[in-house]
Write a protein that binds this ligand. Structure first.
Ligand code: FES
Length: 117
C-alpha cells in the first residue's frame, strides 16, 4: 500500500506551488474556503468574500492543535481545548484558553490566481 502524500491528503491540504500560487481564483467561490499548506508545512485556510481573500495558519496558538472552520458559527475551532477564533475579525480569540489570534497569512488575487503576497 502506497502512503506517499498521505499526510497532506488526510488533512485535505494542497501544497503551495513554488511560484506562490495557492489556487486558481475560479476554484474558490465567494463565501467559500480552501485548505492549503504553507511551504514550511503548516496548514492554512483561505477565505474568499465579496471583497477579497484572506487566510490564516490554522495551528492553534494555545498548544498547537489544528483549528478547523465551523461554518455554522463562522469560527475556527480547535478541538483540543475548544479555543475559537473569528476569521472575520483578524483571527481574534473569541473563546477558550488561547490568548493570541491565529497568525495571518498574507494572500492576494493576482490575475487568475490566489497567491501568497
Ligand atoms: S491546543 Fe487549541 S485550545 Fe488548546
Amino acid at each position: 500500500m502506497a502512503l506517499v502524500g498521505a499526510s497532506t491528503s488526510l488533512l485535505g491540504n494542497h501544497a503551495v506551488a513554488a511560484n506562490n500560487q495557492i489556487v486558481k481564483l475560479s476554484k474558490v467561490k465567494v463565501g467559500g474556503t480552501y485548505s492549503f499548506q504553507l511551504t514550511n508545512g503548516a496548514p492554512a485556510l483561505l477565505f474568499r468574500t465579496k471583497t477579497g481573500v484572506f487566510a490564516y495558519q490554522t495551528i492553534c496558538t494555545h498548544e498547537g492543535g489544528l483549528a478547523k472552520y465551523f461554518a455554522p458559527r463562522k469560527l475556527l475551532v480547535c478541538a483540543v481545548h475548544n479555543a475559537s477564533f473569528d476569521p472575520f475579525k483578524k483571527g481574534k480569540v473569541v473563546a477558550g484558553p488561547a490568548n493570541k489570534p491565529l497568525p495571518i497569512v498574507k494572500v492576494a488575487i493576482k490575475g487568475e490566481w490566489i497567491v501568497l503576497a
